[in-house]
Design a protein around this ligand. Structure first.
Ligand SMILES: *Cc1c(COP(=O)(O)O)cnc(C)c1O
Length: 443
């Protein structure tokens, strides 16, 4: 168990000399194709703090991209993992099954939206979960077309690259992409041509019209959407859009797939973001927050859909590793027993109050949006909605030098997203927001 003191502390500039020396080795040994949000080398992390090799203690407002919702090295996760590692590390679930995998599936069948009969499979990454969700939907419907949205992010494998919207950096030079993926306009209230009030109705009409006229409802296997778009910039569709899509799917025999890889596991103040409008996806893809930092992902869906695929049609060597399953059971117990949904709501109120106060002060803030502990600021040139990505670069840098890690996002690179661990001490949260305020004032 890590016992990391919950205080921000800077002993050196960022990066310090020890980090700098190791980062030099990084650039010599590791492909330069990998990004780096903050130039430090981590030694330990826990609660709301990351400690680097120079002894700097940095407030973590990113949670490893919504992964350590329960915090780093959470007590139940560490205990479960240690016990599992000593018992056995791998048999391959498809070779010789074990209880942990089954218990994770039982938990997901219970926790995901809807009271219908469900079944699950476990995999390694978010992209792999999305790929499997699409495979299952195609196999079940015997159709091929997959509908996705502008600003979507679904991963970096070949199929999920095709489903992801943004070319640079995710797709540039990596084609050809898989066919039968069709992109629809997203209900993005701040940028909807008819204005935010008309966004829900107009976007839904437009998308349904396109699906009917350009694809034909009976040819569509699946509609795949993030209930709140993550990498796209925490775009929250207006009320009515998701239920409208889900209804169109049901009416046309289309599988409605919620990609809750980033929104899941208490992040938005609900176990899953689909619950907000009582949307019941036919299939839900999960990963990130599922296992307290160990690599695991899952697909849960209606039992008849999940069982339609032929025997041995799904799987993977490592999918549902016993160690990752043990971690997931620890993470899920932490979320439920420590009521981290409530913590996410509380964190969200503090962040959105603070960000809205900043919006009143700074004309470069175009919008503050989000739900629960998933909040963002979209930066614009004053007086309009022209994206302002250079402000984001400067603000992220300012925060780093002050010992606060914040992440950017957005198709236009003009969004700062805040997604702290849900165990973030509230005094640290206030402190991080105060640094962010000064950072925005500085640009
Ligand atoms: C991160 C993410 C993915 C991909 O997950 P990986 O584990 O990186 O493959 C897919 N969908 C969404 C919504 C994500 O945020």
């Amino acid at each position: 168990m890590t016992t990391v003191p919950q205080v921000r502390k800077l002993l050196t500039t960022i990066p310090g000399p020890k980090s700098e020396a190791i980062l030099k080795r990084r650039s010599e040994a590791v492909s330069s194709a990998l990004g780096m949000a903050i130039p430090i080398v981590v030694e330990r992390a826990g609660g709301g703090i990351i400690v680097d090799v120079d002894g700097n203690a940095i407030i973590d407002m990113g949670a490893g991209i919504a992964v350590v919702n329960v915090g780093n090295s959470a007590k139940r996760v560490v205990e479960n993992v240690q016990a599992q590692v000593e018992a056995f590390t791998h048999t391959c679930f498809m070779v010789a099954p074990y209880l942990g995998y089954i218990e994770v599936c039982e938990a997901l069948n219970r926790l995901t939206p809807g009271t219908h009969s469900k079944k699950s499979i476990l995999l390694n990454s978010g992209a792999e979960a999305v790929e499997n969700a699409v495979k299952i939907a195609r196999n079940y419907t015997k159709r091929q077309a997959v509908v996705v949205f502008e600003h979507a992010y679904h991963g970096r494998t070949n199929l999920t690259m095709a489903m992801t919207a943004k070319n640079m950096p995710y797709k540039e030079g990596f084609g050809p992409f898989t066919p039968e993926v069709y992109r629809m306009p997203m209900a993005y209230p701040m940028r909807w041509p008819g204005g935010p009030e008309k966004c829900a109705d107009e976007a839904l009409d437009f998308v349904i019209h396109k699906m009917e006229k350009e694809l034909g409802g009976k040819n569509i296997a699946a509609i795949v959407i993030e209930p709140i778009q993550g990498e796209g910039g925490f775009i929250v569709p207006p009320k009515g859009f998701l239920p409208g899509l889900a209804k169109f799917a049901t009416d046309n025999g289309i599988i409605f797939i919620a990609d809750e890889v980033q929104t899941g596991f208490a992040r938005t103040g609900d176990m899953f973001a689909s619950n907000d409008e009582n949307v019941v996806p036919d299939i839900i893809a999960m990963a990130k927050g599922i296992a307290g930092g160990l690599p695991l992902s899952a697909v849960t869906g209606r039992a008849e859909i999940m069982d339609a695929v032929h025997g041995s049609g799904l799987g993977g060597t490592y999918g549902g590793s016993p160690v990752a399953c043990a971690a997931a059971l620890g993470a899920i117990a932490t979320i439920e027993e420590d009521n981290l949904c409530k913590a996410a709501v509380e964190i969200g109120k503090i962040i959105s109050t603070s960000l809205n106060a900043m919006k009143a002060k700074y004309s470069i803030i175009g919008e503050v949006r989000g739900r629960g502990a998933m909040q963002a600021i979209e930066f614009v040139l004053p007086g309009g909605i022209e994206p302002h990505p250079t402000a984001v670069g400067a603000i992220v840098k300012f925060c780093q030098l002050e010992g606060v890690l914040v992440l950017s996002a957005g198709t236009y690179g003009n969004v700062i997203r805040l997604l702290p661990p849900l165990v973030m001490p509230l005094d640290l949260l206030h402190e991080a927001l105060e640094v962010l305020d000064r950072a925005i004032a500085s640009v």
